[in-house]
Design a protein around this ligand. Structure first.
Ligand code: GLN
Length: 305
């Protein structure tokens, strides 16, 4: 397996298409050539190749896990009152709202910002809510995760659009907190640092009905893992969700830090890192790697075994 993964990376290594995310200034400073892949099996066995120790910010890949925490607090029906589950087909930062003010899904920013606000106790201080989320992300990963303070500061200082989205949802009373506090916490959530092995374990936790394969910890109940994977499969890749599902065929989530994470229920959690992004904010070489893995390892969910 390790030799196979090395070979997959070698075949994708020369592709330098795409560009670093520069709307968050600090993300434009990362090494664009970093390249890594990791797989986590149901028994917790990890395989990796490339820059497996490179730390990067989780960004939007945090969204499914915070959705899981919000589901635990509000239940399935409770959560659906606030945030929908329909794919929007919109870019990640779109004003994707129903007429009632309910965000269309928890994967686009407007829904993820709302979900962040709903993940904690009503009236909790922003620092406490963030700590609860950071600890929750750590339980999915099986280790404590830290924040990249430089990326956080850089995004916070330029978060005009996310602030606008938060104020818009707040105007419909979907949540009650101060929108500035919510964006502070959401931005910190996006600046949590992971490596590809962390993401592979986090994916395998979802793909194991909510039980972390390394620690044995039941992080969330099975119904939560099922709901999160379902929403990832229809909404996780935003406006390329259809392309991704047909070509790769796994519930997945991308992030503008260059990560992609995917989960095949019962079989594998997988993650890639390559920071050059296409126009939709998706890692170019990450998609190539997943297309290869899906084809060569038979990982497409819709493939008849
Ligand atoms: N923190 C980023 C933002 O809110 C996350 C976007 C992403 O990874 N697609 O803009």
């Amino acid at each position: 397996m390790p030799e196979y993964l090395d070979e997959v990376l070698r075949q994708c290594a020369d592709d330098d298409e795409g560009a670093l995310a520069d709307y968050i200034p600090e993300l434009a400073a990362v090494d664009p050539d970093r390249l890594a892949v990791a797989l986590c099996m149901p028994d917790g066995q990890l395989y990796g190749a490339g820059d497996v120790d490179a730390l990067f910010t989780i960004q939007s890949i945090s969204k499914p896990f915070v959705y899981a925490l919000a589901l635990m607090r509000h239940g399935l029906d409770g959560m659906e009152r606030f945030v929908g589950v329909e794919p929007s087909g919109d870019p990640f930062n779109e004003i994707s709202l129903e007429a009632s003010g309910r965000p269309r899904n928890p994967m686009v920013n407007i829904g993820a910002i709302t979900t962040h606000a709903l993940a904690g106790e009503e009236g909790a201080a922003k620092e406490d809510l963030f700590e609860e989320i950071r600890r929750g992300l750590g339980r999915f990963a099986g280790r404590e995760l830290a924040v990249d303070e430089r990326v956080f500061e850089s995004e916070r200082a330029t978060a005009h659009r996310n602030l606008a989205l938060a104020h818009l949802v707040r105007s419909y009373d979907v949540f009650s907190a101060d929108p500035r506090d919510v964006v502070w916490g959401y931005t910190r959530q996006c600046a949590v640092q992971v490596d590809v092995r962390d993401l592979a374990v986090m994916a395998m936790t979802l793909a194991s009905g909510g039980t972390n394969p390394l620690t044995g910890d039941q992080v969330v109940p099975r119904w939560v893992a099922r709901q999160v994977l379902s929403v990832m499969s229809t909404c996780g890749m935003y406006d390329v969700a259809g392309d991704w599902m047909t070509d790769v065929g796994m519930p997945a989530k991308s992030g503008v830090g260059g990560g992609i994470m995917a989960a095949l229920p019962g079989f594998v959690g997988a993650a890639t890192l390559s920071p050059r992004l296409d126009r939709t904010g998706t890692s170019v070489r990450g998609v190539r790697i997943f297309e290869k893995l899906s084809r060569e390892m038979g990982m497409h969910m819709m493939e008849t075994p």
